[in-house]
Design a protein. Structure first.
Length: 362
């Protein structure tokens, strides 16, 4: 990852003016280098992402129900999966490759971005060292400093690049491989909730008993639909106090259909389906009421998408038993306490209101 050398103005958000490849782009290496952004600029970026998602919803497309049959989007340079909000940004594209690269990286690999191709913006986070924090503390006189700072970068999908061979894992998994991976996701999850099956069951997670209830596998249209439903409920289960304790910070939220916690579960299931290469069924997502409900919720709370994506990423990591290093978090899961010195609030609050015996999360 290149190091920023200067702060540049915030790129315009929401106007589709991302850098394009070709002679018409002046000083392209400067335009595409990693740049720092202010909290205001970052919120403009997230607002732009929200508007993109809303536009897709209005067109009848639910981007988190896209099936990533080759796996989750990855950085070609590092080989690491993108995270959080970047999964939604990159995963909602129509490209077939899971790999993304920068303009200069494509050149270093002996290839080039085709003329006229447009880049997609992604957000990175750079963790400050203890020495950097100490210097900032002395310079600003503030004790509560953000542990990391955001950057943006412009990336191209490998479909937009010529002369760079595709990695070996950039092909769809076989059905047997997908189902083995899907089963393995549940096997490695630490501290699993109890799972029971019943003929007349509505899929649900019950916090009071830490139990998931599902219909039998044979009652689903296929195995992909079963695992997608299981992943949705497992994401709910990660919010329990003895796991990620997500419910505690949202006691005023209600367990409504279009609440933050439900979007966390939707995203968590999508991330896990993407990891396993499963088809993410869109039966309910095809209903007009479903699309209208999420459109309304996202318009009412511009931070809902950001909060849900960050919480869902942590939930998916937990289910996968994944210990995340800071280098991986840089690929854009929003940290829990960004911009503390500027008075911003945490983006990680998620959950439902109660854990009483009658509460269930669908």
């Amino acid at each position: 990852m290149p190091s920023p050398t200067s702060r540049v103005p915030c790129p315009a958000a929401g106007h589709g003016d991302h850098p394009a490849a070709g002679a018409e782009t002046q000083n392209l290496s400067t335009a595409l280098r990693l740049i720092t952004v202010s909290p205001t600029c970052l919120m403009n970026i997230y607002e732009s992402v929200t508007q993109r998602i809303l536009a897709q919803l209005e067109a009848g497309v639910v981007p988190w129900h896209k099936s990533w049959t080759t796996g989750l989007p990855k950085s070609l340079g590092s080989g690491r999966e993108y995270r959080g909000i970047n999964l939604l940004v990159l995963g909602s594209s129509d490209y077939t490759s899971r790999y993304w690269t920068t303009y200069r990286e494509a050149q270093r690999l002996g290839g080039h971005v085709r003329k006229g191709e447009r880049a997609t913006p992604v957000v990175y986070w750079k963790w400050r060292t203890q020495e950097e924090l100490e210097r900032l503390k002395q310079k600003t006189g503030k004790d509560a400093l953000a542990p990391c700072v955001p950057f943006t970068s412009a990336v191209f999908n490998l479909d937009q690049v010529e002369g760079v061979p595709r990695p070996a894992d950039d092909i769809p998994l076989s059905r047997e491989q997908r189902l083995q991976t899907a089963e393995g996701v549940f096997v490695v999850m630490p501290d699993k909730p109890e799972i029971t099956h019943a003929l007349n069951a509505e899929p649900a997670y019950y916090p009071a008993t830490d139990r998931i209830v599902l219909p039998h596998l044979s009652q689903f249209a296929n195995a992909d639909a079963y695992f997608a439903t299981l992943y949705h409920e497992l994401t709910h289960a990660t919010g329990a106090p003895h796991r990620l304790n997500r419910f505690q910070d949202a006691q005023r939220d209600q367990p409504e259909k279009y609440s933050l916690e439900e979007l966390v579960a939707e995203f968590g299931a999508a991330f896990l389906c993407g990891f396993a290469g499963l088809q993410n069924p869109a039966r309910e997502a095809q209903q007009a009421s479903y699309i209208a409900g999420w459109s309304r919720a996202l318009r009412e709370d511009q931070r809902l998408l950001l909060r849900a994506a960050a919480a869902a990423q942590r939930a998916a990591d937990y289910v996968r038993g994944k210990q995340v290093q800071r280098e991986e978090m840089a690929l854009a899961e929003q940290p829990v306490v960004p911009f503390v010195e500027r008075g911003s609030v945490s983006a990680a609050a998620a959950g439902s209101a109660e854990s009483g015996a009658k509460l269930r999360l669908g």
